[in-house]
Structure formats: structure tokens, C-alpha cells
Design a protein around this ligand. Sequence first.
Ligand SMILES: *Cc1c(COP(=O)(O)O)cnc(C)c1O
Length: 402
Amino acid sequence: MGSLSSFKIGRVVFAQALMDNKLMLMIPGPTPIPEKVLLAQAKHPIGHRSGEFSEIMGEVTENLKWLHQTQNDVLVLSASGTGAMEAAIINFLSRGDRVLVGSNGKFGDRWAQICQAFGLDTQIITAQWGKPLDPADFQQALAADTDKAIKAVIITHSETSTGVLNSLEAINTHVKAHGEALIVVDAVTSLGAYNLPTDELGLDVVGSGSQKGYMIPPGLGFVSVSAKAWKAYEQATLPKFYLDLGKYQKAAAKNSNPFTPPISLVFALQTALQMMKAEGLGSIFARHDRQKRATRAAMRAMGQPLFTSDAAASPAVTAVMPQQVDAEQIRSVMKKRFNIALAGGQDQLKGQIFRIGHLGFVSDRDILTVVGALEATLFELGADGSAAGAGIAAASKILMAS
Ligand SMILES: *Cc1c(COP(=O)(O)O)cnc(C)c1O
């Protein structure tokens, strides 16, 4: 064996080729992809104006509505999640419009940046990173707005950078009491992981992206649009062309697209949505909840401090703030020794936390694997916060209880 095909950690020699083919993505996007979905993409593209493709678009659109629990339009864009977020702003607002933005992490910050880039009068409601937004702050700002100048309340449901699930339901109650403002939601890591009944809650604009709960590769963005949001669209004057949702709505009514869609990704989406329907929304949400609880119990048993409270924990990602060992060192050993990719901290949390993604195509076995590998890694790095196997025992107890 030459040096290129193998490497050594301690006394153990590893075959590079084997490790390369065993990558395990435990990051909150891109997420793992089922084999069926990968194979669906391998087909020849077909014409996007063909009857065959139009039939697929019809099926996909119906199933997207099912996933969003809505009768609203759900439009498909060739964009990452941020493109969907930008579309959610520029289609419904005008320069100088007043908006309330919740920000308690990197993606909340991104909302504020988009609003500021388009010249909106942006009031930011913050919370410390790792803590949820306080609905009372929204209540206060909305109640004070007696002349109804606030056009939209914009929040991130699951804040992926910290693993916090913001209380969309409570914040939305205050938006409904205001009566005028639209509620605009980044649901990129909550859709397909947590119950998000769009119509029941009256969510006006919901944005998401394909590489998260959808179990397909990056490249598609999704935006659902309520009747109230379409009314706002009629008044909105921010410039738009490629992301003009009116074009997508018109095309979608004919099971079509305004521009050439990424056809292979639509094949993947068709298969992934069929798989999700077969599993059922209730089972999907229960699986994410179970894996979240198992991951958190394991970290506790291993003496690894969780970055968020149980009450505000995201179903998609668990952030851990290790004390005795460097977070980046943990990620490095996990990657090199086990070929398991964990996410690091972003912005001010860089080097402070590591994040375990449990979103999309993740099985209970994956949770046991990542917990076991983390135990071995912490042992290797000299962190002796717990008895060997304590994490596995805690995770197993939760996974096997349901
Ligand atoms: C991943 C993600 C996005 C979108 O990021 P892209 O890189 O543009 O796909 C937006 N919001 C949240 C909360 C996310 O996790």
C-alpha cells in the first residue's frame, strides 16, 4: 500500500479508499440522500415543455402542498434557500416599507441583511445566540404600531446556526392580532422536520431549500404564498425579474416553469416526496423528535454541555459546546478517523461549538453511530467526562422506547 492509499492515526493504518466511500453527513445541510433519489437523478433529462415533464410538475406541486399543509401556491425556484428568502422579500414589499425582523443567529442576520440591501426600514428584534426570540418583544412592537405601518414580520423558524427552534406559533399570534403585517418564515430546517401547518397558522410566505428536509441535493428553493401575500404582491414595487413569483404562479397553473428548471433535481424531488408521503407527516415529525431527544440525552450522559435548552431545541440540529476539548479538534478526529462530517460554529461561534445534524434522511442507526464515534473521539482526545458507553446507553433508551 502506497502512502496515497492509506494513512495512519496512532498505530492504526486506514485505507483511504474505504474511508472515502463511507462519508456520513451529519450536518444540517446538505443532508444525506436516499439511493432511490440519487438514481432518479441519473436519468436522461427530458424536455421541460414536454407533456411528460408537465405531469411530473403537477404531481410535485400537489405533494409540495401536502408537505406544507396548504392550499396556497408552493412555487419551485432554481436557487438555494437564500434565493427563496430573497424572493420572499422582493415580491411583497416596497422600498422604505417598515418590517420587523427576528434575529438570534446567522440566518436571522441574513434576513436583516436582505431587508437592508433592498432599502426596507428594518427594525431588528434580537435574542442572544442560543436563546429563542421572545414573543413578548414582537407583541410590544406590534401593539405600538397603531397606524399599521409594519408591513411584515420576518423570522427564522429553526435557527440552524445555534440549534434553536423559535416559537413561531406564539409570534404569529401577535402578528394576527396586528392584522395588517404579513408573516414571512424561513422554514429551511423546520419544514419536513417539525409540524408546520401553513394554512392552520395562516403563514403568508414560507421559504425552504432542497438540501435540508427534502433529502435531495442543493439547488431548489421553495416559496409558499398566501392569498393575502398575493394582494401585497400587487402593491409591491421592489425590482425583480428572475425571482418574480408572479411568473412562477402563472407557469405553475399550467404545470410548467417560466425558465428551464433543473430537470434532474425535479426527478429527485418527485421521488423524495413520494418517499415522504409513504412515511407520513406524523412519522416524519416523530422521527426527528425522537432523534433530537436521543442526541441530547447522549450528550448530557457524556458530560457535553448543550448550547440550547430542551424547550427551544431544534428538531434538525443539536449544538454542543464542549468544555475540556476544542470543538474543531473533535470535528477533525470525527472526520479523519470515522469519516463523519459534523458542522462547526458559524461567525462568533466558530471554534466554540460543534453541531450534529439530524435532518432529513437520518435513521436511528445513524444516531447510534455518531454517538458511539463521538465517545471514542472524546476518549482519544482525553475528555473523560463520563463512563464508556454512557452516551450510547442514553440514546438507546430513548430510541428503543418508541
Ligand atoms: C441552509 C439554510 C438557509 C439557506 O442557505 P442556502 O445556503 O442559501 O441554501 C437558510 N436558512 C436556514 C435556517 C438554513 O439552515
